[in-house]
Design a binder for this molecule. Structure first.
Ligand SMILES: [Zn+2]
Length: 139
């Protein structure tokens, strides 16, 4: 837990509330406990020195960085790329190809060519493939 990392480095820690502590500030020669530490409901930690030390100074004096004020990440390995069962690049190529099949057929028809049953079958296939591709993207 982030808060314990911080509390362990401080001296004269006293619990003053359910989520509040006071301690001697590490960043200045603190005779009395000038530092308040509060843990928020979302796990963030707020620190405040009444002598005026900044949070960064206090953390540096404790040998910590700003990570100490934030809860540990739930998905520790969230940097990993999301695995998809399909490759977006090849999906895009398939969609572009199917779209051009339809476009060329539309051009043929507009030029007065008759549509054969094979052509119709191919148009239907293009439609199905495009629908499937859209389904994959949204799935
Ligand atoms: Zn201080």
């Amino acid at each position: 837990m982030a808060i314990n990392d911080l509390l362990n480095t401080l001296e004269g820690v006293k619990k003053t509330g359910a989520n509040d502590w006071i301690a001697r500030c590490s960043a200045h020669a603190d005779k009395r406990a000038s530092l308040t530490i509060t843990e928020k409901d979302d796990g963030r930690v707020l620190i405040h020195c009444f002598a005026g030390c900044g949070a960064a100074e206090v953390l540096a004096a404790c040998g910590l960085d700003f990570d100490a004020l934030y809860p540990p990440k739930i998905n520790g390995d969230s940097a990993k790329p999301i695995r998809r069962p399909w490759n977006p690049n090849s999906l895009l190529k398939i969609m572009a190809f199917e779209a051009s099949v339809v476009a060329l057929e539309a051009l043929r028809i507009s030029n007065g060519h008759a549509t054969t049953p094979e052509d119709k079958q191919r148009m239907l296939l293009a439609h199905q493939r495009l629908q499937k591709a859209v389904g994959l993207i949204h799935g």
